[in-house]
Design a protein around this ligand. Structure first.
Ligand code: THU
Length: 154
């Protein structure tokens, strides 16, 4: 039977595989994200860049959109991210773990607020060898979310 670390490794592999489908001709940095739901379902995404550079989309946003379609943001249990470049064999390589950018942290925090629980965030290097695990609350403390809009008009 797979233990917890094995299942994290499987989620990281899904993120690494998603990165091989990134469209990142400008940065050369391919990122993949795999999002696991409470029931074990997985949604994935990768970064998609554009000749108009500022219109690029991060892997996490792409995967969150896919997760919303597949099972809903409120069902998210944990998220794995991996990034690097594609080696000669087409596999993702790179030694540094990728941590979600500020904007992606804000988007993950929104899901955490909807789910009403913290979300685990697993950062992996391109080769999958370096892994660091934390949570969205630790990555984005004192965040602004839906609950901060209580005093809005209407
Ligand atoms: N990128 C992501 O996809 N996720 C992150 O959290 C950090 C950065 C992408 C955006 C851009 O396509 C490339 O990595 C280089 O910044």
């Amino acid at each position: 039977m797979a233990d917890k670390d094995d299942s994290a490794a499987a989620l990281i592999e899904r993120a690494r595989k998603a990165a091989t489908r990134a469209y990142a001709p400008y940065s050369g940095f391919s990122v993949g994200c795999a999002i696991e739901a409470e029931d074990g379902s997985i949604a994935t995404g990768s970064n998609m860049e554009n000749a108009c550079y500022r219109l690029g989309t991060c892997a996490e946003i792409s995967a969150l959109t896919s997760a919303q379609q597949a099972f809903g943001l409120s069902k998210i249990r944990r998220i794995a991210v991996a990034g690097g470049h594609l080696g000669d064999d087409g596999m993702l390589v790179g030694a540094q773990a990728v941590t979600p950018c500020g904007g992606c942290r804000q988007a993950i925090a929104e899901a955490s607020d909807l789910a009403d629980h913290d979300i685990q965030v697993i950062s992996a290097s391109g080769d999958g060898e370096t892994v660091s695990t934390t949570t969205i609350a630790a990555l984005l403390p004192a965040s602004f979310g839906p609950k901060n809009l209580k005093d809005a008009d209407g």
